[in-house]
Design a protein around this ligand. Structure first.
Ligand code: CA
Length: 193
């Protein structure tokens, strides 16, 4: 083999070694809990795995956030009674969620005043939830991290509380800037509702 080819081959192998980035990234991106699964071990019987897998999948979905699809979110918000709530059509809620979080329930934004905005509606720790770091009236009676899970029930209940205030949906600046007064029909286009 020519020296240059040997060098090339060695470089390629080094690139693929587990200590380098290429093989490492898929492992790192896997949900941490799933790494505990003894996939090739005989220590767990098939029956144990039968119970473990759903449990771990459940835990992972609870701990981690979720990025909703547009229509999937619309269906969830409608089922929870947000369509027309306080006069705001379903499309307003979908538009609001898009411009606040891009439908990502796991999103936390750190604000300049030290507060955090949390979850799909970016609900702020200053008033609505408690981050256990700063004093908060915690009007929604929630820990802010509850707003980061894939389950939307507490987010929706809190959003209903927020929209009851005099400013209504105008509490969310992203809604005022991007959704208020516009034709929002595209937000529900193609959705089976
Ligand atoms: Ca939640």
């Amino acid at each position: 083999m020519q020296p240059s080819l040997v060098k090339l081959k060695r470089l390629t192998l080094e690139k693929l070694s587990p200590n380098m980035g290429i093989l490492e990234s898929p492992v790192q991106s896997a949900p941490p809990l799933l790494l505990l699964l003894p996939v090739s071990s005989n220590a767990f019987s098939g029956m144990s795995r039968l119970f473990l897998l759903p449990l771990l999948t459940f835990l992972t979905s609870v701990v981690e956030g979720k990025i909703y699809g547009r229509c999937e979110l619309a269906q969830n918000l409608k089922a929870a009674g947000l369509d027309g709530y306080r006069g705001y059509s379903l499309a307003n809620w979908v538009c609001l969620a898009f411009y606040e979080s891009h439908f990502d329930t796991g999103l936390v934004d750190h604000e300049a005043d030290g507060s955090t905005s949390n979850g799909i509606f970016q609900i702020n720790s200053h008033l609505w939830c408690d981050d256990l770091t700063h004093p908060s009236p915690n009007i929604c009676d929630l820990h802010c991290s509850d707003l980061l899970t894939s389950s939307l029930n507490d987010d929706i209940t809190c959003a209903m509380r927020i929209v009851q205030t005099p400013r209504g949906m105008g509490t969310w600046l992203a809604w005022k800037s991007n959704c208020e007064g516009l034709d929002l029909s595209d937000w529900l286009k193609g959705c089976k509702l």
